[in-house]
Design a protein around this ligand. Structure first.
Ligand code: NCD
Length: 336
């Protein structure tokens, strides 16, 4: 797979063939992600990582993925210490950074902002999240996770019943994953959220127009046995100031919830971070020892997926295994 020189701003930038090729490549790169083998294919390349919004896993995993391929990472974090605090435009910043690095990843609080970076940059730009709009690399790692989890269960993706819950209005990971799953056939979507946080109408229409069944709920469905629960944090930082949401405790994904909507083979995913503050009613910790909870297998998979994307964009994917070598070091990590 080659995406040489291309941007990734939204899921629509990729064809279904390119997406499957990226997932296959991620699988081939998993031993590198785990540190079992090493490679230097991106030696000399520089990633500029520009994060204007809070992040732990996306920023670290982009950097770690690039470093695992032998490249170097240079970062700026937040508006305060960037020249945007001096009034610099996105276009000027993007052009300047293009002279310092070979590829750029940007997270920014405004929808559409990363496209402005891509328009002005002379190097490939990857969207690490643009406000409530999209988070395409999260969707790729989510799809990789679904594929791997379903493979173990011997279940096809086609025909699966997916329950999205939480903040479907402002949760950009849901938006990108819904667009990605929309490319497959015959998926049943159940959408569960407080009424104020429902999936935008244009996304519902997109799924329906492609022939998927879409069911909207404000209470957990009683007659459903879903294959996947994908739950999300309420994006409080995106709510308008006067907006207070009365959270219904019945919408919290926990052991009881899963007993009602799931089976022994239902996978539970969450893009993380999970809001563990009292009253947040995010994904409960009472499922932490349940093997159906895939959240940390999911976050682990951010590394091989982002490596695959960099390898494709920087055109080193072909025959990449020839560059694999045995590491001289060892760490004590284990993967579940
Ligand atoms: C998500 C994000 O930033 O959109 N986090 C992530 O990248 N895994 C989800 C969230 O913040 O709730």
């Amino acid at each position: 797979v080659s995406l040489a020189g291309r941007d990734l701003v939204r899921i629509d930038d990729l064809s279904i063939e390119e997406i499957s090729a990226l997932i296959d490549l991620a699988r081939r790169l998993a031993p590198v992600a785990r540190g079992e083998v090493v490679t230097r294919v991106l030696e000399g390349a520089i990633l500029a990582s520009l994060f204007f919004e809070a992040s732990t896993r996306t920023r670290l995993s982009f950097g770690a993925a690039f470093a695992r391929l032998g490249g170097d990472v240079r970062e700026t974090v937040g508006f305060t210490f960037s020249s945007m605090a001096k009034g610099e435009s996105i276009a000027d910043t993007a052009r300047v950074v293009s002279g310092y690095a070979d590829v750029m990843v940007v997270r920014h609080p405004e929808a559409g902002s990363v496209q402005l970076f891509a328009d002005a940059a002379t190097i490939p730009v990857i969207n690490g999240g643009d406000g409530p709009a999209e988070h395409p690399t999260q969707a790729l790692l989510d799809l990789y996770t679904i594929t791997e989890e379903f493979r173990v269960l011997d279940k096809p993706l086609e025909g699966a019943h997916v329950l999205f819950c939480g903040d479907l209005r402002y949760g950009r990971t849901v938006h990108s994953l819904a667009k990605l799953l929309n490319l497959f056939d015959g998926i049943r979507f159940s959408l569960l959220s407080p009424p104020e946080l429902s999936l935008p109408d244009e996304l519902v229409a997109l799924l329906e127009d492609r022939g998927h069944e879409v069911m909207v709920h404000t209470r957990p469905p009683t007659d459903a046995k879903v294959d996947l629960v994908y739950t999300t944090r309420i994006q409080r930082e995106r709510l308008e100031e006067e907006m207070t949401i009365d959270l219904d405790p019945g919408l919290q994904v926990n052991r009881d919830f899963l007993a009602r909507v799931g089976t022994k083979d239902t996978i539970v995913m969450h893009p993380l971070p999970r809001d563990s503050r009292p009253g947040a009613l995010d994904l409960s910790t009472d499922l932490d020892d349940d093997p159906r909870l895939a959240i940390f297998r999911q976050s682990d998979r951010g590394i091989p997926v982002r490596m695959a994307l960099f390898a494709a964009i920087m055109d080193v994917a072909e025959g990449i295994e020839a560059s694999f070598a045995t590491p001289r070091w060892r760490s004590s990590r284990s993967f579940g």
